[in-house]
Design a binder for this molecule. Structure first.
Ligand code: PLP
Length: 394
C-alpha cells in the first residue's frame, strides 16, 4: 500500500495506539473525581496538555476539543461573541476549510458583516485586501496557516502583525485566529503572536475525534459548551482521557526534529513532482512551485502537499485507478468530497472547470519514501496515458 492521502487523515503512530490502549485500560477514573483514580487520570491529562503546550507559542493555554472543526467553530463563534459590543465584522479568506466558511455563513445570517479575502493564482491570500478591509468595526480575522488542498502557506505572520498594529493604533481589540490543522507538526507555530490556533490530532498521526484550540493569555473566550466546567470552563464535558493522551504524544513526536523531517518530506515531495513532470506531459501544479517550511515563507508550498491537474483526465477516475494498485490519493479535499461542485479553493484561484476536474491531491506524511514515489509516478503515468488515449472525458 502507498498512502498519499495524509491531508485527509494520517496513520496513527504505533506508540500512540499503545499508549491509548494502556490509558483506556488503566486510567478509567474520571479526572474530576476526588479519589486516587481521578487524580491519576488528571495527571495523564496534565502531561498530555504540557506536551501540546510545548508546540504552541508560550503564554497561552490549550483547550481540548473534539476535532479541528469544533476548534474552528469555537474560535469564530465564541471569539465574535466576546467582542460583539465593539463591532460586527469578521474577515476571512475565500479558501478556508468549510469548518470556517460554513460558520461565518451562519454568523452572516445572524447579522455579521463577513468579508472573504481573495487569493492569487497560487492560492495566497491578499495582504493588501486585508489592509483595505480592516476598520474599527472588525473584531476577528481568521486566515488558515496552510491550505488543505494546495499546501499554500498563507501570509499569517504578516497579517497577524498588521491586525494587532491596527487594533493598537485605533484603541480596539481584534482577535487573530489561524486554522493550523494542516500546518501543525510541519510548520513551527511557536514563534508567533496568534490569539487562537486550531489543530486536529488525526492530521499529525494522532487519534481521530480529538483536537485543540490554543488560546493566548488574556483572550478568554466565553464558554462554547456549557456544563460541569471542564477545560477551565471553556468547554464542558468529561474529558476523552485516552484521546487526549494520544494527542499529547502525537504532538510531541510530530514537533520533535521538525527541520529534519521537513527536509525528508521536501525531498520526497520534489521527487514526486519532478517525476510526474518528467513522465507526463500537459500537467500543472495547483499551488506554489517552491516548497517552504516556515511562517516566514508565505506563498510557498508546505512539503506535505502536491496538487496536480492532469489535462484531459478526470481526477476521480485516476483516483479509482490508482486505488486498484493500492495507491491512495484524493481529489480536492476528502473532508468535503461528497460535495458535487468544483473545489472552492481552485475556483478562487481562477482555475477552469476542466482543470479542476483533472486535479489530484497527493499528500505526504512521515512514513512515505522515495521508493514509493517511483511506483506512484509509474502507475500515474501509465493511467494518464491510457485515459488520454481513450479520452476519459467522454
Ligand atoms: N481545517 C482544515 C484546514 C482541515 O484540513 C480540516 C480537515 O481536513 C479541518 C479543519 C477539520 O478537521 P477535523 O477533521 O478534525 O474536523
Amino acid at each position: 500500500m502507498i498512502y498519499l492521502d495524509n491531508s485527509s487523515t494520517t496513520k496513527q503512530f504505533s506508540e500512540v495506539t499503545r499508549l491509548m490502549a494502556d490509558v483506556a485500560e488503566n486510567n478509567f477514573g474520571n479526572p474530576s473525581s476526588l479519589h486516587q483514580l481521578g487524580y491519576e487520570s488528571s495527571n495523564v491529562l496534565r502531561k498530555a496538555i504540557a506536551q501540546i503546550d510545548a508546540c504552541f507559542p508560550s503564554g497561552g493555554r490549550t483547550i481540548v476539543t473534539s476535532c479541528g472543526t469544533e476548534s474552528d467553530n469555537m474560535a469564530l463563534v465564541s471569539g465574535s461573541a466576546k467582542l460583539k459590543r465593539q463591532g460586527r465584522k469578521i474577515i476571512t479568506t475565500a479558501v478556508e476549510h468549510p469548518a470556517v466558511l460554513r460558520t461565518v455563513e451562519r454568523l452572516k445570517e445572524e447579522g455579521w458583516d463577513i468579508v472573504l479575502l481573495p487569493v492569487d493564482k497560487e492560492g495566497t491570500s491578499s495582504i493588501e485586501a486585508l489592509e483595505a478591509e480592516l476598520d474599527e468595526n472588525t473584531v476577528l480575522v481568521s486566515i488558515m496557516t496552510v491550505n488543505n488542498e494546495t499546501g499554500t502557506i498563507q501570509p499569517v505572520k504578516k497579517a497577524c502583525t498588521m491586525v494587532h498594529n491596527f487594533a493598537k493604533e485605533h484603541g480596539t481589540r481584534i482577535f487573530f485566529h489561524t486554522d493550523g490543522v494542516q500546518a501543525f507538526g510541519k510548520i513551527d507555530l511557536r514563534n508567533s503572536d496568534f490569539d487562537l490556533i486550531s489543530i486536529s490530532a488525526h492530521k499529525f498521526h494522532g487519534p481521530k475525534g480529538i483536537g485543540a484550540l490554543y488560546m493566548k493569555n488574556g483572550v478568554n473566550l466565553p464558554p462554547f459548551i456549557m456544563g460541569g466546567g471542564q477545560e477551565r470552563g471553556f468547554r464542558s464535558g468529561t474529558e476523552n482521557v485516552p484521546g487526549i493522551a494520544g494527542m499529547g504524544l502525537a504532538a510531541q513526536m510530530s514537533c520533535t526534529d521538525m527541520d529534519e523531517k521537513n527536509k525528508k518530506l521536501s525531498e520526497v515531495n520534489n521527487y514526486l513532482y519532478n517525476g510526474l513532470k518528467a513522465n507526463i506531459k500537459d500537467i500543472f501544479i495547483n499551488g506554489p512551485e517552491t516548497i517552504g517550511t516556515s511562517l516566514d515563507e508565505p506563498g510557498s508550498r508546505c512539503p506535505s502537499l502536491l496538487n496536480i491537474s492532469f489535462e484531459g483526465v478526470r481526477g476521480e477516475v485516476l483516483l479509482h485507478t490508482l486505488e486498484q494498485d493500492e495507491i491512495y490519493v484524493s481529489t480536492g479535499s476528502a473532508c468535503h468530497s461528497n460535495n458535487t461542485g468544483d473545489s472552492h479553493v481552485l475556483t478562487a484561484m481562477g482555475r477552469k472547470h476542466k482543470e479542476i476536474e483533472g486535479a489530484v491531491r497527493f499528500s505526504l506524511g512521515q512514513f512515505n519514501t522515495v521508493e514509493e514515489m517511483d511506483v506512484a509516478i509509474d502507475r500515474t503515468a501509465k493511467a494518464v496515458e491510457r485515459f488520454r488515449r481513450l479520452g476519459s472525458f467522454r
